[in-house]
Design a protein. Structure first.
Length: 131
């Protein structure tokens, strides 16, 4: 973007991380189910597995388990095990996960401002006989 000082020029285009230094962040934060899980935990607070599954209806139990484990490993989610009968496990967003809130707010604003333009561009592209 011309004039945007937040973008930097990589030193080499052969190293994928040098070519796009935010790629590791995108892999962590924007994996298929990461954003809905973090959004749900941020919005509704601490929840049990079943509550998360009810709120994110399209996710399978297996995938939810995998994503929660990865998010816990990445430090974005805290898992609390309560040794009761029956055992109870709760998940909540960590401080590190909460630190993504401004990014999500910015993306929400971008979506509000620009998704209609994206849809318009798609319609124009799809109806252009040259494509």
């Amino acid at each position: 973007m011309a004039g945007d000082t937040t973008w930097t020029t990589p030193s080499t285009a052969t190293d994928p991380e040098a070519a796009c230094p935010i790629a590791p962040v995108v892999d962590i934060v924007f994996s298929r189910w990461t954003t809905p899980i973090l959004w749900t935990l941020h919005t509704y607070g601490r929840q049990r597995f079943v509550e998360l599954q009810r709120r994110i209806t399209a996710i399978t139990p297996k995938v939810l388990t995998q994503r929660l484990r990865q998010l816990e490993r990445d430090g974005l989610v805290i898992r609390t095990y309560h040794p009761e009968v029956p055992p109870r496990v709760e998940y909540e967003i960590s401080e590190l996960g909460r630190s993504l809130a401004p990014l999500f707010a910015h993306l929400t604003q971008w979506a509000s401002d620009n998704l209609p333009k994206v849809e318009q561009a798609r319609r124009a592209y799809d109806t252009d006989p040259a494509h």
